[in-house]
Design a protein around this ligand. Structure first.
Ligand SMILES: Cc1cc2nc3c(=O)[nH]c(=O)nc-3n(C[C@H](O)[C@H](O)[C@H](O)COP(=O)(O)OP(=O)(O)OC[C@H]3O[C@@H](n4cnc5c(N)ncnc54)[C@H](O)[C@@H]3O)c2cc1C
Ligand code: FES
Length: 298
């Protein structure tokens, strides 16, 4: 994980607001401070309206950064805060605190990252894809949702120079099933199969010659609901694939003061060793540190 950077409290102008999927908006916001310092997996908190109600700021992952000046938020409307934030019109200013938290960083020697997103959990993964591709890391995207209306920012994902695999539970888009059903096809565990796959996609002789088993150079970056993350973590552990998960929770302060977002962290032996705050030490964690080992065999 990349360490937290300097955070800013700014009034930032919304320059664009567009619908995505059946119940979400993408806000494009201008702030050089946030855009320049954001890292994939980091988030901001937004003040809802101008009064005291609701009191708490609402957290959102940075969805994308453009030109070191603009950043995108993907806002799924689930309650009063998100519904009001999604109504913000171009030209209006909103209070933004961030960037907050520690983000995704590929582990040592990783050459291939599979981004696995469920529902609104795709939010940090578009930004992660941009940065990975910029850094010339082979990137694969696997997204899932209940139905096609819950697949967000698909235009942007489809324009990436990376394969995008889709699954919906009702089969309305992509494969019928869960996003975890895409893991086997995006992370082949048979070395011959992955060599064939890389050859088909035009990857070159140097890499083909190395014949490294995929598990040793592939890492999963996942974000989505906890049951989905647990299933991805179990699959990764069973196949020896490294995996980082980005967690979401209800947050009070978002800056490490209230301890309300603390979760138990496990050591390699699976015992709970200490607690960490999702808003500061997270929201990105190694999956083995968050999901207990016994579930891996369950
Ligand atoms: C680090 C982080 C990043 C996030 N990134 C995004 C993002 O990019 N896009 C996005 O749309 N949302 C994101 N969320 C979730 C978002 O913050 C919540 O949906 C939002 O705070 C809800 O506010 P509300 O006032 O609309 O809902 P409320 O009226 O506060 O709550 C409505 C219902 O949703 C439940 N709820 C509220 N927050 C959460 C949550 N975090 N997880 C599960 N259930 C919740 C409440 O318990 C309640 O049942 C993120 C959360 C975290 C912690
Ligand atoms: S939300 Fe207060 S410490 Fe994390």
């Amino acid at each position: 994980m990349i360490a937290e950077t300097t955070r800013y409290l700014v009034w930032a102008t919304v320059v664009e607001n567009r619908f995505t999927g059946e119940d979400a908006n993408v806000l494009v916001i201008e702030s050089q401070e946030i855009a320049r310092n954001a890292i994939p997996g980091s988030f901001v908190t937004i003040k809802v309206g101008n009064g005291d109600e609701p009191l708490l700021r609402r957290p959102f992952s940075i969805h994308r950064v453009m030109e070191n000046r603009f950043f995108w938020l993907l806002v799924r409307k689930i309650g009063k805060g998100t519904r009001r934030i999604a109504l913000t019109q171009p030209g209006e200013q909103i209070s933004v605190l961030g960037p907050l938290g520690c983000g995704y960083q590929p582990s040592k020697d990783i050459r291939r990252v599979v981004l696995v997103g469920g529902g609104v959990g795709v939010a940090p993964l578009l930004f992660a894809a941009d940065r990975l591709l910029q850094d010339k890391v082979e990137t694969v995207v696997a997204l899932g949702a209940a139905r096609s209306g819950n697949l967000y920012s698909m235009d942007a994902f489809r324009l990436l120079e990376a394969p995008v695999h889709l699954a919906t539970e009702d089969g309305s888009t992509g494969r019928k099933g869960l996003v975890t059903d895409l893991l086997a096809e995006t992370i082949p565990t048979d070395p011959i199969e992955i060599l064939m796959m890389r050859k088909k996609r035009g990857f070159d002789a140097d890499l083909l010659a190395e014949k490294i088993p995929p598990a040793e150079f592939t890492e999963i970056f996942a974000c989505g609901p906890m049951p989905m993350l647990g299933a991805v973590a179990r699959w990764a552990r069973a196949h020896g694939v490294k995996c980082k998960v980005c967690l979401e929770t209800v947050m009070a302060c978002g800056v490490g003061s209230c301890q309300g977002c603390a979760i138990p962290i496990r050591s390699i032996s699976d015992a709970v060793s200490h607690y960490e705050r999702i808003c500061c030490e997270g929201p990105v964690f190694d999956s083995w540190a968050v999901f207990p080992q016994e579930e891996a065999h369950g």
